[in-house]
Design a protein around this ligand. Structure first.
Ligand code: UDP
Ligand code: MG
Length: 308
């Protein structure tokens, strides 16, 4: 199969008929064999009824339904697991991304040998409250990841080699950083294509202002996991060892001082009467606490799927 189009959706009933019709038209015009995987992320507006009916009429339209709203990352991750095409396209369900971009994206993966091609909504039809913070995120992510050729990490329209989607795990709200996750799994040939962006036609955005707070926290966690995920001892082990050494040296000093003054028959406070001793003790205990509590972050996000 040439292509799988994976579409996460949460309450997008009005857009679905137009979207699926448009994708199908582009596929047929280009003679592609394809499947459209609609991942219903717990909608309650009747989106699933539409999907269920249409997948009966056309077996290239497939549906996955979550029992509740797990988020866009979980929806993409589950769609990726099911996708069978050589090239996987992801796009939003709200008609903001244009299916007319699919043939060029396909060529870039298939013939130009990119592992991943990310769309760039150069001319964006979104409110300014969204576009300015987004510039900051893209700048920071570029600097952090070393993927300097991408302008729009969070663009919903992307294309992947099949092996890429089978190798990455998108969880939490990490859909904003998929190129980074791919690079981290060893896929370095990452390209960009300027894509048409359209204003939302139906419904409303599913991400409020909290997107920036969550996005920032995810950026911190991904930068941590990227650097220390597979070798957390290099960070915690270092802190733990330094704290143990400092505590140990101070304790030795206090005990040594006590013995020295005792031998000279001078009066000196008991070691246990000195607050410094307790600080040293805490520093040494902290060391074992840090080391024992350090584990490799587990990157799994199993969830229940009620129907296919
Ligand atoms: N979406 C989803 N689960 C969610 C939130 C969003 O599957 O919890 C889908 C949504 O239906 C749309 C895509 O993710 O297809 C992008 O969402 P939206 O258009 O609201 O984001 P924006 O374009 O405002 O960044
Ligand atoms: Mg949108």
């Amino acid at each position: 199969m040439d292509l799988s189009v994976v579409i996460p959706l949460y309450n997008e009933k009005e857009s679905l008929p137009e979207l699926v019709e448009w994708i199908s038209r582009v596929m047929k015009e280009n003679d592609f064999s394809y499947e459209i995987i609609l991942v219903d992320d717990g909608s309650n507006d009747g989106s699933w009824q539409w999907i269920a009916e249409n997948s009966l009429r056309d077996n290239r339209v497939k549906g996955i339904k979550f029992r509740r709203n797990y988020g866009k990352s979980a929806a993409l991750n589950t769609g990726f697991a099911q996708a069978q095409g050589d090239v996987i396209i992801t796009m939003d369900a709200d008609l903001q991304d244009s299916p007319d971009e699919i043939p060029d994206l396909y060529k870039m993966i298939k013939h130009d040998d990119f592992d991943l091609v990310s769309g760039w909504k150069r001319k964006r039809h979104d409110p300014i409250a969204k576009t300015i913070p987004s510039k900051f995120f893209n700048w920071t992510t570029r600097k952090m990841s070393g993927i300097n050729n991408l302008h729009d990490f969070n663009c919903g329209l992307k294309a992947y080699k099949n092996i890429v989607v089978k190798s990455i795990e998108v969880y939490g709200e990490m859909h904003r950083y998929i190129p980074l996750i791919a690079k981290w799994e060893g896929f370095r040939n990452i390209g960009e294509k300027v894509v048409e962006h359209r204003a939302r036609k139906y419904g409303h955005t599913k991400f409020g202002m909290e997107r920036f707070v969550k996005g920032f926290l995810d950026l911190l966690s991904i930068s941590f996991v990227t650097r220390f995920g597979k070798r957390p001892m290099h960070l915690f082990g270092l802190i733990g060892t330094l704290s143990f050494l400092a505590g140990g040296l101070v304790s030795l000093w206090l005990v040594g001082e006590k013995i020295y003054f005792n031998l000279q028959d001078k009066v000196v406070r008991n070691v246990t009467d000195q607050s410094l001793f307790y600080i040293a003790l805490t520093a040494m205990m902290k060391c074992s606490h840090v080391i024992l509590r350090t584990e490799i972050p587990i990157r799994s996000n199993k969830r229940s799927i009620s129907e296919f």
